[in-house]
Every structure is written in C-alpha cells, then in structure tokens.
Write a protein that binds this ligand. Structure first.
Ligand code: MLT
Length: 199
C-alpha cells in the first residue's frame, strides 16, 4: 500500500487514515500536533471514486460496499502487520487516527481484528459493519469526535458506535462539537488532551 513511515522516539505508532479524496500526506500535521514524537505510518486508500482515494468502495453516500469493506480491512490489517516487521515498530502499540472514511475503516479494524489497535482517535466515524462479530476490546481506548450537525454522519451513528465498542470492553469517550462534518482545530486539541492522559 502506498504509505509514509516516519520513525519517532516513542514506542507508540500512529496509523493515519485520511478522509475521502485525501492522501497519506493529509494527517501528518495533525498527528504531529497530537504527539510529535510518535512513529507515523500513514497509508493511502487503495480505492478510487471518481479519482478520489478511499479505503473501501461505497454504493452511495453512507452506503458501504460491505464485501469490499471487509476485504480492504483485512488487507490493511495485514499491511500494518508486515510494516511493523519492516520498520521494526511494536504492533501491539498502534493508535489509529482516522477522519471520516479513514475513521470508518479504523473502526472496522477494531470490529474484525482483536489486538489490531491499542487505541483509536476517530474523527466523525460511523458504524462500519452492523453484522460484525466484534472481538474483545478489553484495554483498547477509543476517542471519538462528532458534529451535532453532521449530515454525513448523523449523531445516532456515533452513539451506536460508542455503545458497540464499549459493550465489547473498550474504554470510550465521545466529544461533541457544534459543527458539521468538518474537522476543526478545537476537535484536534481535545483529541490531544485525551491522548495525553491515555498514552
Ligand atoms: C464513508 O463513505 O466512509 C463515509 O460516507 C464518509 C466519507 O464519505 O468519507
């Protein structure tokens, strides 16, 4: 998978997952704002929708191609496992930072692969797969940022996702912002404050 790896000085590795139409460059500044010393593995989505990179296909806005989502999630999981060997980072200490489409595939990593992530910062996520048999998420820490006026990702999606994650044992926190789908500096600062108390 097309990606960027940057070695940091801390044991934690950020897995950066951009939104629709983004690239592996998009979230580097955000990651450095949260922790400038973490390793960075930033990946480009392999699917193109009218030229826009995404992490999995969708049939319409908010309607996912479930077969592709599952396939791409497993592919991303395998990629992170092999990148950990190649770049020599601790695969048990990976924290995903995803926005929108990237947050959705990060959520699906949690839904499908036990131990795939130590934590996740999910900006405007949805429930990725309602049929998933979610593994134990004991010791996994998840922060979610959501917009009260987000038409792409309505508040009940966030609430349902939080319920599913915490029912599986994850420690969750949701922060609400009076905005739509956009990612603001205020939201990033709150994610950073949470991260600093957990990692
Ligand atoms: C998705 O397709 O993952 C969501 O609709 C969010 C997005 O458009 O990126």
């Amino acid at each position: 998978m097309q990606h960027i790896f940057e070695k940091g000085t801390k044991p934690v590795t950020f897995l950066l997952l951009h939104g629709t139409g983004g690239t592996e460059h998009d979230l580097i500044g955000l990651a450095k704002e949260i922790d400038a010393d973490a390793n960075i593995l930033s990946v480009r989505g392999q699917v193109l929708e009218n030229g826009m990179p995404r992490f999995f296909r969708r049939l319409a806005e908010g309607v996912f191609d479930m077969e592709d989502l599952r396939f791409r999630t497993d592919e991303l999981h395998n990629f992170v496992q092999s990148a950990a060997k190649e770049y020599n980072f601790d695969v048990k200490n990976v924290v995903a930072i995803g926005y929108s489409n990237g947050a959705n595939i990060a959520g699906n990593l949690l839904f499908r692969h036990e131990g795939s992530l130590a934590g996740a910062i999910l900006h405007h996520p949805m429930v990725p797969d309602r049929e998933a048999n979610i593994p134990s998420l004991e010791n996994v820490k998840v922060w979610m940022g959501a917009g009260t006026n987000d038409s792409m990702c309505p508040p009940q999606e966030t609430e349902e996702l939080e319920q599913l994650l915490s029912a599986a044992g994850a420690e969750t926190e949701v922060a609400w912002f009076n905005f739509g789908h956009q990612l603001t500096m205020q939201e990033v600062q709150q994610a950073k404050a949470w991260y600093e108390t957990k990692f």
